[in-house]
Design a binder for this molecule. Structure first.
Ligand code: FAD
Ligand code: NAD
Length: 467
């Protein structure tokens, strides 16, 4: 079987690359080692985590917020088995949707582990041991990532778990000890805290979501503390021991004292590592970086071997589904002879806690470090009519704009539906809008998006109306 393009890996990078290749008239195949398509994102990442976040938020609101709306519920309870079943139905609907898209676009799907025989030949080894060979002019590696582990803290997948197991537990933990106050930790920590678990977060750095604008981490920590989560910042985990149904996690406090936390589950969420095992990269002379095991690519996302490209989590940059998708599109268009471009500064980052956290562009810390003169405009949701109506008063929108030109350089928000609201900031920044441009555009009333306009007004000569 001879193709123009073979894509290895069917996550959001791989399947989008395959579809765009097919749209551009390239004969395309996709190889996937598991028996469902969609990769980490659809099977054990973005989609199942959001399904559980939505279910747990419904429960939390029913238990804590409905009363203030005048809605009384008797005998409220959790059927956790049903919650997990629904999550799986959401996953199945999404993954079968990708199978449909492969057929619709006449993309051949080969299930099995793909590996390089040479730069144009991919060996596909099926789970029953049978092997086929397919050849192609171009190959796109989109094999994604897997959870990082701490060398001194082995994952047993029962009591010491990764996000994958945390998405399919058979019970709500009593006490979930979480290592890592990043995106996975706080999203899955929120799920279980809302369902009644005690959740303790051990974070090595001195703030949660440490790579985002510091103001976001501070506000999020306040809100999650109200939810009942406990934070151990600046703590260094040293080990964990499982004893029956109990796991004891030990760490060093910032003062150098020893601390032990006992829980029934320990979720290790300390980042992810590029996945290239079994790909046979050595057969074509591609080496991976020692730290993070990422594949090195040039500006066209081509590896050191001509015609072999790599995208998504397996290469440098943020490990995000939409970044992988954008790179899939970019490589397909490069192979087809086009000249696409990605502005990596404008890839938004979102944390799907409640309130949601979302950001795009430069943080205040980055602008300070680069010596850029900037001005700030902030607007708190407690001053928003829409947020008053829904009762979502935590958070703010912060806009950073160039002091001289007023161009928006960064937008950082925490609040209701921030994940959706950040799209306006991305569009504004793609078109290099000034804060005044946004503040002069009509925003429907009452909506949360008015907070973005007000923050832009605040950045423009301190002209916010409602504060
Ligand atoms: P992947 O999605 O990892 O897909 C790679 C695929 O390649 C897999 O299916 C794998 O089986 C296959 N593969 C690997 N090796 C081979 C081989 N040799 N042969 C054949 N197939 C192979 N990102 C967001 O943007 N938003 C979110 O809300 C979000 N939530 C997340 C929640 C969790 C719990 C996790 C773990 C991640 C989340 N992410 C989120 C990150 C997101 O899932 C990844 O950034 C994204 O899936 C990367 O896409 P990819 O195509 O590079 O790789
Ligand atoms: P992360 O990088 O977001 O967070 C890991 C956290 O663990 C960091 O805060 C880090 O300081 C901390 N840490 C590292 N080593 C530690 C140690 N020994 N002890 C205590 N803390 C330690 O990684 P993650 O949360 O595992 O997520 C992995 C990837 O998946 C991320 O790159 C993220 O982009 C992606 N993801 C995205 C979303 C989303 O977009 N909403 C959701 C989930 C995952």
């Amino acid at each position: 079987m001879q193709y123009d393009v073979i894509v290895i890996g069917s996550g959001p990078g791989g399947y989008v690359a395959a579809i765009r290749c097919a749209q551009l008239g390239l004969k395309t195949a996709i190889v996937e080692k598991y028996n469902t398509l969609g990769g980490t994102c659809l099977n054990v990442g973005c989609i199942p985590s959001k399904a559980l976040l939505d279910s747990s938020e419904h429960y939390h609101n029913a238990a804590h917020a409905f009363k203030t709306h005048g809605i009384n519920l008797d005998n409220l309870g959790i059927d956790f088995g049903q919650m997990i079943k629904r999550k799986q139905q959401v996953v199945d609907a999404n993954t079968s949707g990708i199978s449909y898209l492969m057929k619709k676009n006449k993309i051949d799907t080969h299930f099995g582990v793909g590996s390089f025989k040479d730069k144009n030949t991919i060996i596909v080894k099926k789970s029953d041991g049978t092997v086929t060979e397919i050849t192609s002019k171009n190959v796109i590696i989109a094999t994604g990532s897997k959870p990082s582990a701490l060398p001194f803290l082995p994952i047993d997948k029962k009591r010491i778990i990764t996000s994958t197991e945390a998405l399919s537990l058979s019970e709500v933990p009593k006490h979930l000890v979480l290592i890592g106050g990043g995106v996975i930790g706080l999203e899955l920590g929120s799920v279980y805290a809302r369902l009644g678990a005690k959740v303790s977060v051990i974070e090595y750095m001195d703030s949660i979501i440490p790579t985002m604008d510091k103001s976001l981490g501070r506000e999020l920590q306040k809100v999650l503390t109200k939810l009942g989560m406990e934070f151990y910042l600046g703590h260094k985990v040293t080990g964990a021991v499982v004893n029956g149904d109990e796991v004891t996690v030990s760490c060093d406090t910032p003062k150098g004292e020893k601390l032990e936390l006992k829980g029934d589950y320990c979720l290790v969420a300390v980042g992810r590592i590029a996945y290239t095992d079994g790909l046979g990269l050595e057969n074509i002379g591609i080496t991976v970086e020692e730290r993070g095991r990422k594949i090195t690519v040039n500006d066209h996302l081509e590896t050191s071997v001509k015609g072999v490209y790599a995208i998504g989590d397996v290469i440098k940059g943020a490990m995000l589904a939409h970044k992988a998708e954008d790179e899939g599109t970019l490589v397909a268009e490069i192979i087809a002879g086009q000249k696409p471009h990605i502005d990596y500064n404008l890839i938004p980052g979102v944390v799907y806690t409640w309130p949601e956290v979302a950001a795009v562009g430069q943080t205040e810390e980055q602008l300070k470090a680069a010596g850029v003169k900037y001005k700030t405009g902030s607007f708190p949701f407690k001053a928003s009519g829409r947020a008053r109506a829904s009762g979502d008063l935590d958070g703010f929108v912060k806009v950073l704009a160039d002091a001289a030109t007023d161009e928006i350089l960064g937008v950082h928000m925490i609040g209701p539906r921030a994940a959706d609201m950040i799209a306006e900031a991305v569009v504004a920044m793609e078109y290099r809008a000034s804060a005044e441009d946004i503040s002069r555009m009509s925003h429907a009333h009452p909506t949360y998006t008015e907070a973005m306009r007000e923050a832009c007004l605040a950045a423009t000569e301190n002209r916010a109306i409602h504060i």
